[in-house]
Design a protein around this ligand. Sequence first.
Ligand code: FAD
Length: 300
Amino acid sequence: MKDVIILGGGAAGLGAALYSARFSLDTICIAKEMGGTGNIAHKVDNWIGEPGIGGMALMDKFIAHVKEYKVPLITDTVKEIKKIEGGFEVICEKESYQGRSVIFAMGMKHRELGIPGEKEFSGKGVHYCYTCDGPLYKDSTVAVVGGSDSAALGAIFMKDYAKKVYVVYRGDKLRAEPFNSEQVYADDKTEVIHNANVVEVLGDKMMTKVKLDNGNELELDGLFIEIGHIPLNELAVNVGVKLDSHGFIEVNKEGATNVEGFFAAGDITDSTKLKQFITSASEGSIAAQGVYNYITRLKK
Ligand SMILES: Cc1cc2nc3c(=O)[nH]c(=O)nc-3n(C[C@H](O)[C@H](O)[C@H](O)COP(=O)(O)OP(=O)(O)OC[C@H]3O[C@@H](n4cnc5c(N)ncnc54)[C@H](O)[C@@H]3O)c2cc1C
């Protein structure tokens, strides 16, 4: 039985793998895709010390660093996690593994609009992370899609860069926290278009405009789709892990969940709203220390 099985090979999982190895824990790391979401990040400007590095290049560095510690990095898809005597069984497509503990770091996926042109111009004007890509749009015209807090905060963030910010929302009043909504409505550069949906993204090499279902078109440099995220929590829920009201896994300061021996890290947890590489890698390291303390207690 392994000391710890890390599920997920993104910033959180690889951060956890590095620290678990340095804590001399018998570790394996399993992921559908090593590198995780980082592999689709175009240009990363906020990983300290590596300004402008490509997302995939950054993840390759993470993987190479973990490999130096000889942690087995297993590419496989997890189908089920079961509680067993003394730990957990992780059942994957190709094989099954047993561990005294688990660090669950499966991340989340962003909600997409599912409209023509969205995939084609993803990373070419269409974005899902304003903190990551917003600063590229200095003095540009952008739109944020959505009406909740992430859309309102996106618009507030973007007004410091762009010369014009549209917020396109299908409802007749933003449903973000009043403090956030008020800031959006009060800003001179920002225009909220209510009762409208973006129905198509158009462009050439880069997106140039979007069509709305009210018949209008908006000429844009960038479109930020902020209509929520789906935490990939299903496999953890089956073990009895507690979630917050948005579906993120509740963790304590050591990354531990309510289920003994089951830890979580990265975008999937409720520990911060700042879902980034730096916070995910950090949470991975914290969970690894949590596991180390847990295993040390078990072995006493
Ligand atoms: C387009 C885009 C650009 C971004 N740009 C930036 C940026 O510039 N700067 C920044 O700091 N952040 C950026 N982010 C956010 C950053 O990518 C995330 O915060 C970070 O990747 C989260 O890491 P994670 O390890 O928690 O999850 P992820 O990286 O999503 O990793 C999840 C892991 O779980 C695995 N997995 C999922 N389900 C299964 C399964 N059933 N079986 C096996 N494995 C499974 C996946 O294969 C993956 O390895 C961006 C996000 C996006 C979407």
